[in-house]
Write a protein that binds this ligand. Structure first.
Ligand code: HEM
Length: 518
């Protein structure tokens, strides 16, 4: 048979097959799927293009649309053909932190957005995640972080030197850059025993921060079209470089730097680097020397590629999220003099020598409340981070109608932090920065709705580190009189969800002038 005849038969047959499959898929998704009875817009049940529209054409807006849809359809809705959103703050733990005996996997599709697929943050399976996370946990306990006090003080001194120089010269301080550098130096030193001392070079910090922002702007594309990224990565370097934007090239350089650090650690495998604490105990110097020596991890888990993934996540998460919470807190302290004055009067109750002491400042209730409120309006990881119960059905009863929904094992289910932190019944006037909502018995009761660090097996490993950084940095900034410079609430308010909360896209970050010592 001639080629043209074969094609003449094959093309219509393929078209008929495709059309039949499309009709079958539509009928399945709308009527036969176990999720068919879950309320929500039919377009969202029918096609992923509904989500793609609100992620890509309305830049990173689906998170807000989902809140609107909940107001329209109720607390449980289907937001993609395979994912259900439940806007019930009291159901959060069932999805994310169900307790012993219940497994929760991550949704494998969502991990594609960021890359570093073998890091704990992107590990899909419950058991593998546990195996990878266990050797890391001791490093990030409250006790371990408490030992960092003196190192934090050095970095605070560097930060204050910038404030002092800016006060003398009348310069504008790019606070977002300084906090980016501050958090980056600390997490690098903790992971590898050294940093690039970014705080000494705010201009470089600016470039790196902007590059990370640009990379994050690509997360929605990577989420929906990860195959394009994978394809580009498989091209010869000379070709792929043409399609690679400058920010991604910088990210590649960043990963090459991380790999060098990992190689250095792995190559000193028989010479573990240890330090002696003030009590004379020997302790591992850095996170990665410890991972390298961990007896619970098989060799395959210590491959350079896996450790590179782990380190990339730790450094990125440890820098960007902490910078955001610090910047939000600092902005609101300057924009609301009454809040600043209450913080200062609390700090004035401490002896002078304790003002830079981590154990002393982290116990201050109002300073802690300011931190909590900054975390709340930072919304933690804004990407929905759905969970999948691999071997049990999840049952949800709509409290208003009494209707029961049974989501079969394997259903991707989520509650975004935005749905909880912006819930008026828990946080009245949710977009107002009000630390007092975390004080007293009512404040204590509200803590269970603080989800900035999530909960359950994937709870943020760097929570105590971030809080320690917040405590010492906020105590330090309160020692200075500052004025915001060409900065408004739009520079710290969530306007997009690019995995983390993103303010208006043309924001320069928080900038200020330092008047002098308070
Ligand atoms: C204010 C600062 C921070 C916030 C709001 C924050 C928020 C979060 C959230 C919400 C998660 C859970 C994501 C999920 O459900 O998959 C998470 C995970 C993680 N965070 Fe943080 N984080 C912060 C600081 C840090 C720091 C300082 C580090 C570095 C030490 C860090 C490292 C990680 C890692 C490695 C994970 C993955 C944990 C796992 O999947 O087991 N984060 N973070």
């Amino acid at each position: 048979m001639a080629l043209s005849e074969t094609l003449g038969l094959l093309l219509p047959a393929t078209a008929v097959l495709l059309a039949t499959y499309t009709v079958y898929l539509a009928v399945y998704r709308l009527f036969l799927s176990p999720l068919a009875k879950v309320p929500g817009p039919r377009w969202a049940a029918l096609t992923y293009w509904y989500e793609i529209y609100y992620d890509m054409f309305q830049p990173a807006q689906y998170i807000f649309k989902i809140k609107q849809l909940h107001e329209q359809y109720g607390p449980i809705i289907r937001i993609t053909p395979d994912e259900v959103s439940i806007a019930d703050p009291d159901f959060f733990d069932t999805i994310y932190a169900p307790g012993p005996g219940h497994k929760r996997d991550k949704d494998p599709e969502k991990g594609k957005a960021l890359g570093f697929s073998t890091s704990i943050g992107a590990t899909v399976g419950h058991d593998l995640h546990r195996k990878r996370r266990e050797p890391l946990n001791p490093f990030f306990s409250h006790r371990s972080i408490a030992r960092l006090g003196p190192r934090l003080s050095d970095k605070i001194q560097q930060l204050e030197d910038h404030f002092a120089r800016a006060a003398a010269a009348g310069d504008v301080v790019h606070l977002s850059d300084l906090y980016y550098a501050f958090a980056n130096d600390i997490v690098n030193e903790y992971c590898f025993g050294h940093s690039q001392n970014l705080l000494a070079d705010p201009a470089l910090a600016h470039v790196q921060r902007k590059n990370v922002d640009s990379v994050l702007l690509g997360v929605k594309f990577n989420l929906h079209f990860s195959w394009v990224r994978d394809l580009i990565q498989r091209l010869p370097h000379s070709l792929s470089a043409r399609f690679t934007p400058p920010a991604i090239r910088d990210m590649i350089r960043f990963r090459i730097g991380i790999r060098k650090d990992i190689d250095r650690v792995l190559n000193s495998a028989h010479d573990p680097v240890t330090t002696t604490t003030t009590t004379g105990q020997q302790q591992q110097q850095s996170v990665f020397t410890s991972l390298r020596d961990s007896p619970s991890l098989p060799a395959s888990e210590k491959s350079p590629q896996r450790l590179e993934d782990e380190a990339t996540l730790l450094v990125m998460a440890g820098t960007q999220s902490t910078q955001l919470s610090l910047t939000i807190a600092h902005y609101h302290l300057l924009a609301n003099p009454d809040i600043m004055s209450r913080l200062r009067s609390e700090l004035s109750t401490l002896p002078q020598s304790d003002l830079t002491s981590l154990p002393a400042v982290e116990k201050l209730p109002y300073l802690n409340a300011v931190t909590q409120e900054a975390h709340r309006l930072g919304f933690g990881v804004t990407g929905r981070n759905p969970r999948v119960a691999p071997d049990e059905a999840i049952t949800y009863t709509n409290p208003k109608t009494g209707q029961v929904y049974t989501l079969p094992p394997g259903t991707s289910t989520s509650t975004s932090t935005y749905l909880v932190h912006a819930n008026e019944s828990i946080f009245p006037d949710p977009f107002v920065f009000d630390p007092t909502r975390w004080l007293g018995p009512a404040g204590l009761a509200r803590r269970r709705y603080q989800l900035a660090f999530s909960r359950g097996p994937h709870i943020c490993i760097g929570m105590h580190l971030a809080n320690a950084e917040m405590a010492v940095a906020l105590a330090a900034m309160a020692r200075w009189d500052m004025e915001l410079y060409e900065t408004g609430e739009e520079d710290v308010a969530m306007r997009h969800d690019y995995h983390i909360m993103t303010p208006r896209l043309d924001s320069e970050g928080v900038r200020l002038r330092v008047v002098g010592r308070a």
